[in-house]
Design a binder for this molecule. Structure first.
Ligand code: SAJ
Length: 415
């Protein structure tokens, strides 16, 4: 089989390379730089295992900027949120369908992997694909569930849902994905598949918002939320997620809006989004309590990636926190061992903490656990640290004279 994969990003490229193990794959991206980087044998972003996979399948893969004839066309382009209107920006999906239809032949299969509002395949994509007059082709929506930082493993092992416009479309797609998916492949219809994908991320966003509310209520009740969550999760059917400084990434912060856009009844979705989006403000309040009365305060932000051990800063809560802090007159310095490009200069650890009045750990990068508080205490102006991810060894930092704050902000001992 020959596949044409449109969109060579965090999802499209690993998917294209996994298919290239058994099929010929043309990767298509409108970004010439990505095409050049790939054709020079490099990978344009960090993802564990991707360089090794690329080297293994190089002979079956070629990157181009234009679509060409194929048996299967797979759309894995971004579907960002139009932030001002809170609706899906489907321009890349629309463009991809426009690029495909002139090449569509009888019995071709088109797969849409991009996350879209329910009904998008039938109302937007299929009519464009039929503009060439062809009616006899197969179409499915097959959403991905691969978490950045562990994408390849999850693409191979996670179960997937395949939503076809008809039985044959679903069956054909199932056969195709069986070339690398070891997880179960569940068949359904297009709109159910679109809806299920959004349910998954909405479920997560609402449960993160609940954890964040628990943290704020724990403070009011003088309870250490992290101990309380650990205890609550001993229940066989309870899984309280982790409070944090906010929800970032290109999915969880966005997908709930795709679900809500067609609903006049939903209330929890926007409330959860509001709670999660208010967490940077909550973190800043904790900092302000610590630094009250200090003139020209400087704070250090540890981590700007949207979550631990990735270099991705899309929709990162760190950016809102930094801008809020600057608006309150704080000088902000930033350190992140993974992120290479960011709106603010990324300093090395010593420069970032030098003369700082308060360190704020925003991202749960594993290397932050190894930071030595003894060395840090010699560089800072004041020994304050807000650990929003409950990542650090608090006793060790306390023994170096640091005032520690956590989300929920109440320490309290177990007994
Ligand atoms: N977060 C918390 N508390 C938690 C869990 C996460 O504050 O308990 C924060 C993280 O720090 C991060 C954000 O939420 O800022 C999102 O992180 P994530 O790990 O939940 O999500 P993503 O965006 O990396 O990946 C999600 C996954 N979806 C689910 O777990 C339901 C992944 O399986 C999806 O494939 C991916 O979205 C996607 O592409 O849709």
């Amino acid at each position: 089989m020959k596949l044409c994969v449109l969109g060579l990003g965090y999802i499209g490229l690993p998917t294209a390379l996994l298919f290239a193990q058994r099929h010929k794959v043309i990767g298509v991206d409108v970004n010439k730089k990505i095409v050049e980087v790939l054709n020079s044998g490099e990978i344009p972003f960090d993802e564990p295992g991707l360089p090794e996979l690329f080297n293994k399948v190089k002979d079956n893969f070629e990157a181009k900027t234009e679509v060409e004839d194929a048996d299967v066309f797979l759309i894995a382009v971004p579907t960002p949120l139009d932030k001002s209107l809170k609706i899906a920006d489907l321009k890349y999906v629309r463009t991809s369908a426009e690029m495909i239809y002139p090449y569509l032949k009888e019995n071709n299969l088109v797969i849409l992997e991009s996350t879209v509002p329910p009904g998008t395949s039938e109302r937007l994509v299929l009519p464009i694909l039929k503009k060439g007059g062809l009616e006899r082709f197969y179409f499915t929506h097959c959403p991905e569930r691969a978490i950045p930082g562990n994408t390849i493993h999850e693409m191979i092992n996670n179960d997937r849902i395949i939503g076809g416009i008809d039985e044959k479309s679903s069956e054909q797609t199932k056969t195709l994905y069986q070339s690398f998916v070891k997880g179960n492949l569940y068949l359904s219809n297009v709109r159910t598949a679109e809806f299920v994908k959004l349910m998954e991320n909405t479920f997560r966003d609402i449960n993160i918002a609940l954890a964040n509310e628990f943290a704020q209520m724990a403070n009011e009740n003088k309870i250490n939320i992290w101990q309380a969550i650990e205890m609550a999760n001993k229940h066989p059917r309870v899984n309280v997620l982790k409070p944090g400084p906010g929800v970032g990434g290109h999915c969880i912060a966005i997908d709930p809006w795709f679900l809500k856009v067609h609903s006049s009844t939903s209330k929890m979705i926007s409330l959860a989004r509001e709670i999660n989006n208010s967490m940077p403000n909550y973190v800043l309040q904790i900092v302000e309590d610590l630094l009250e009365g200090i003139s020209n305060p400087t704070i250090t932000v540890l981590g700007v990636a949207y979550k631990g051990d990735v270099d991705d800063t899309r929709a990162t809560p760190a950016l809102k926190f930094i801008k809020l802090a600057e608006n309150e007159g704080y000088k902000v310095k930033v350190h992140d061992p993974y992120v290479k490009e960011f709106e603010y200069e990324i300093l090395n650890l010593d420069e970032a903490v030098k003369d700082s009045d308060c360190i704020v750990l925003i991202t749960d990068h594993t290397p932050f656990k190894q930071i030595n508080p003894e060395e840090i205490s010699k560089l800072v102006r004041r020994r304050n640290i807000v650990d929003t991810r409950n990542l650090l060894d608090h006793e060790r930092w306390k023994s170096e004279g640091f005032e520690i704050r956590i989300l929920g902000n109440y320490f309290g001992s177990k007994f």
